[in-house]
Design a protein around this ligand. Structure first.
Ligand SMILES: Cc1cc2nc3c(=O)[nH]c(=O)nc-3n(C[C@H](O)[C@H](O)[C@H](O)COP(=O)(O)OP(=O)(O)OC[C@H]3O[C@@H](n4cnc5c(N)ncnc54)[C@H](O)[C@@H]3O)c2cc1C
Ligand code: FES
Length: 242
């Protein structure tokens, strides 16, 4: 883990309040890890997952939801951002039949994982779910060539009409190993559907590197910190609150 002032190459809105920020860094992330960004005027850093990394450029996708991300969205190319990186554990990409499942902003961390599989000559099956076509179109383009993509939308404006788990029930993918990132109800439903896979969890964070215990969740191995033992957990180990 290091603290660096990273130079921002670009920071642009890609669709409805969702931004793509690219920064210069030679520090290598593993897929599933995250960075913790310091924004002027805020004590706590904001955790954002690595979206992609190639050569010395790392990218992050974030939705503006509150004051911290609003301030991040105002940053301009050429400015620097105080960043703690790389943080957390990573996806275990040790399978020949990967199924990548992303819901909403949970799609953002999947590209870098897909890139690693493609490098090994493996084409992942990718299932993207969202409220509507507008929420998914950018991601579909971004993932073109990175896997066999199919889509489910709540309103039926693109692909299957319904939730990701409802769509997945129509497919024969029980032998695949899955990697899921999305809203908690979605991850809970997916964990019930399949035997083997991993979930990328979120929690409100304090320090981001294991010191404050603020991000602890319940697992079959006892309390675990999302920032340190996670954010990636074997799905079978996660205990969801009812
Ligand atoms: C490991 C990790 C990876 C993440 N990766 C991404 C990512 O790739 N893209 C992305 O858009 N967001 C990601 N998030 C969520 C992101 O950190 C929060 O949306 C952000 O910190 C909100 O900051 P804010 O100051 O704008 O909002 P705040 O004013 O702090 O909060 C505004 C709203 O955001 C919600 N919120 C705040 N923090 C979190 C959080 N940690 N998880 C979920 N909801 C939160 C609050 O409940 C509230 O509704 C990630 C979170 C974690 C823990
Ligand atoms: S945020 Fe401090 S221990 Fe995880």
């Amino acid at each position: 883990m290091q603290v660096k002032n990273l130079k921002i190459i670009s920071n642009k809105e890609i669709f409805n309040d969702v931004y793509l920020m690219s920064v210069e860094t030679d520090i290598k992330f593993l897929p599933g890890q995250f960075a913790n960004f310091k924004v002027d005027g805020f004590t706590l850093r904001r955790p954002i997952s690595i979206h992609d990394q190639e050569n010395d450029v790392a990218s992050f996708i974030y939705r503006v939801v509150g004051e911290g991300t609003k301030a991040m969205a105002r940053l301009q190319a050429g400015e620097t951002i105080d960043t703690l990186l790389p943080l957390g554990n990573c996806f275990d990409n040790n399978t020949k039949a990967p199924l990548l499942i992303g819901g909403g902003m949970g799609i953002a961390p999947l590209k870098y994982l897909a890139r690693i599989f493609r490098k090994d000559g493996i084409t992942p099956k990718i299932v993207l779910a969202g409220r509507n076509k507008d929420e998914l179109e950018w991601f579909i383009k971004d993932l073109e060539g990175f896997g066999d993509i199919s889509v489910a939308t709540d309103d039926g404006s693109l692909g299957f009409k319904g939730r990701a788990d409802e769509y997945l029930k129509t497919l024969d993918l029980k032998k695949n190993y899955y990697y899921c990132c999305g809203p908690t109800p979605m991850m809970k439903a997916i964990a019930k559907l399949y035997d083997y896979g991993e979930l990328s969890l979120e929690a409100r964070m304090g320090c981001g590197f294991g010191a404050c215990m603020g991000c602890t969740i319940k697992t079959t191995n006892g309390p675990q910190r999302v920032c340190k033992e996670g954010p990636i957990f074997p799905a079978k180990e996660v205990i969801f609150d009812d």
